[in-house]
Design a protein around this ligand. Sequence first.
Ligand code: ATP
Ligand code: FE2
Length: 344
Amino acid sequence: MRILYKDIFNLRYMTIILGIESTAHTFGIGIVKDGKILANVKKTYTTEKGGIIPTEAAKHHRENKTEIYSEALEKAGINEKDIDAIAFSQGPGLSPCLLVGLKFAKELSLKLKKPVIPVNHCIAHLEIGKITNAREPVMLYVSGANTQIIAYSSNKYRIFGETLDLGVGNFIDTFARLLDLGFPGGPKVQELAKSGKNYIELPYVVKGMDISLSGILTNLRQKKESGKYTPEDLCYSMQETVFAMLVETAERALAHTGKKELLLGGGVACNTRLQEMCRIMCEEREDKVKLFVPENSLLVDNGAMIGFLGEIMFKKGIKFSGKDAENLDINPRQRTDEVEVSWK
Ligand code: ATP
Ligand code: FE2
C-alpha cells in the first residue's frame, strides 16, 4: 500500500479529545476528532417544581458520570486508550458541580496517562459556533447565567453589551417557576407562548447595548398574582418583549462593529421565536447580515463543545500533565473577557 503525504500528515495531527461538561445542571461527555463530533452524550438534572439545588445537581453528576462515559466511548466507536487528552469545564459555574468534572478529568488523566486541558465554559459556547462556518461574527450568547453580545478582537472576546442583572435563561426559569412549570422553564414557556393571543404591555428596558430584566420579572409577578391574565398570554408577551430587547442590542452591535454575521449561542438560542426574530432583523438590514445557529444539542450545555475547544487549545500546545495537572483547580467566577485567547 502506498502511503501518501496527506495520510502521514493526518496521522500526525489526528487527535481525539474527550470533553467533560459539568458547570451546572448537565453532565456531558463529548468526543471530538479533528473538529468532528464523534459522540455527545449528556444527562440533565431537572425538577418538576422549583429551581436547581447545586449539591443535588452534583450528586446527579456523580451518579451518572461513569455510564455517560461508557456510552460516549461506545457511540464514538473508540477505546479509551485512543484518547489523546481530557478537556474539562473549569468555570464559570456552580462549585459542587464543577468539582465533579475536575475530579473526573484528573482520574482519567492518571488512568490513561494523558494531559488535561482546562476550558472556559462560555468561550466553548462561542467557539463551537465555528462548526457552522461563521468566520467573524457578532455573537448573541444567551444562556442560563449569561446574556452577552460579544465580538472577538485582539486576543479577547470583548463584551459589547450584557444584562445588568439576570441572565435571560435564569430570568425565564424564574418566570416559569411563578407559573409552576418546573426546571428548565424555557421549552415549556415557548410551548405556552404559541397559544398566547393577546399582547400585554410590559416594561422594555434597553440601555445602549445593555438590557435589564429584574423590573420585568417583578412586573410579570404582579400581573400573574392579579389573576387577570392567562399563562399563555403572559408567556407570549414576555417572549415578544424580551426577545425584541435582545434583537435590538444585537443589531446595535452589528451596526457598531460593521460585522456581517450574527451567531447565536447558549440554551435560550434553542427558542424558535428568538431565532425567527433574529433572522428577520438580519434579512431586513441593508448590509444583509447572515445568521448562524448551531443545532440544539450544541446550544445547550454539552461535552462536545468542551472537547471541540479543547482540541483547538491542544493543537496550540495548551495542556497540563503530571504535577501541573494535579494542581489545576476550578474557577467558578471566570469572566469571558478575562480569558486570554492565545489559540487563534
Ligand atoms: P451558562 O452557560 O450561562 O452557565 P447554563 O449552562 O445554565 O448557563 P445553557 O445550558 O446554555 O445554560 O442554557 C440553559 C437555559 O436555556 C435554561 O435557562 C433554559 O430554560 C433555556 N432554554 C432551553 N431551551 C429553551 C427554549 N426553547 N426557549 C427558551 N429558553 C430555553
Ligand atoms: Fe452553558
